[in-house]
Design a protein around this ligand. Structure first.
Ligand code: HH2
Length: 291
């Protein structure tokens, strides 16, 4: 399975990608205010690249529960200098975490390769931008908006409904001219989901594999881990690694995380275990013979 992001192509049958998070916001739930200053943001991005990040996901708008949208000009004031420097001075592939096509267009112009859209193309000018630029796009599921999503999220069967919703958004992207190989899908852990919905999604992640597109999972330090562990955001690492390993075992290809080095190590072991299952071993020997 290939994921095409502009002039870069990721081959994802065997590899798990680590997407390091760089939040240039005053209010993100676990690292708000730490990387607002461009020098500290750039140093943090560099250290994530050294730890093995394949992509750096840069965002200027927190989407924590209760947050409000950040105007385009303010997003760009925070992002512009950082993206321009990173595009020229690091080998990392840059992803822009925004729902605004205007911000995404400026970021792609500055050298980003991926748009991470937590609203899955809700801005009507986003799909044409992705189609025309050839950038990679992450389509994420959210029930409601960040302002109201955690009030009382309800599903009859969260994994089934979210799988159907993601397949429909993929179809919408395709009809808007986006090539399927540009798209990655994300169930949106914590976005309009109660603890049990997040657990069902992670326990049954393999049910989301049907469209044969790369699956992104972002669970780093999130609230459901805090609820299970009764611990604050800075003490949820081991819980997050356990859940990430299970996600990889079931087919996740991209892990979005604040903790790059440890997530990479967990992903390598989980992917090796996944590939040791008889059906995967058979698939791999078939594709080796064909290739
Ligand atoms: N989670 C967050 C933000 N963007 N994008 C994708 N594709 N998947 C996710 O799960 C996801 C995301 C929220 O996490 P974080 O960036 O740490 O916090 P905040 O939104 O407060 O900046």
């Amino acid at each position: 399975m290939e994921w095409r992001c502009g002039d870069r192509v990721f081959e994802l049958d065997d590899r798990v990608l680590v997407m390091g998070i760089l939040n240039v916001t005053p209010d993100s739930f676990s690292d708000g205010g730490r990387f607002l200053d461009p020098a500290s943001a750039i140093a943090h991005a560099r250290s994530m690249v050294e730890e093995g990040a394949d992509l750096i996901d840069v965002g200027a708008e927190s989407t924590r529960p209760g947050s409000a949208p950040v105007p385009v000009d303010e997003q760009w004031r925070r992002l512009g200098p950082i993206l321009q420097t990173l595009a020229h001075q690091t080998p990392a592939i840059l992803s822009i975490d925004t729902a605004s096509a205007e911000v995404a267009a400026r970021a792609l112009e500055a050298g980003a390769h991926v748009v991470n859209d937590v609203t899955a193309l809700s801005d009507p000018t986003m799909a044409p931008l992705i189609a025309q630029s050839g950038a990679g796009i992450v389509l994420m599921h959210m029930q409601g908006t960040p302002a109201d999503m955690q009030r009382d999220p309800r599903y009859e069967d969260a994994p089934r409904e979210i799988a159907e919703w993601l397949a429909a958004r993929l179809e919408h992207a395709r009809r808007s001219g986006v090539s399927e190989d540009q798209v990655a899908l994300d169930p949106g852990i914590g976005f309009g989901k109660a603890v049990e919905h997040n657990l069902q999604l992670l326990a049954r992640l393999d049910e989301l594999r049907a469209p044969r597109r790369p699956l992104v999972v972002g669970l780093s330090r999130k609230g459901f881990l805090g609820r299970l562990l009764d611990l604050p955001a800075d003490q949820r690492l081991e819980g997050g690694l356990a859940a990430s390993a299970i996600a990889v075992f079931q087919g996740a290809s991209i892990l979005r995380t604040h903790d790059v080095a440890s997530t990479r190590r967990a992903a390598i072991v989980a992917a090796a275990l996944r590939d040791a299952r008889p059906e995967r071993a058979r698939q791999r020997s078939r594709s080796t013979k064909i290739g």
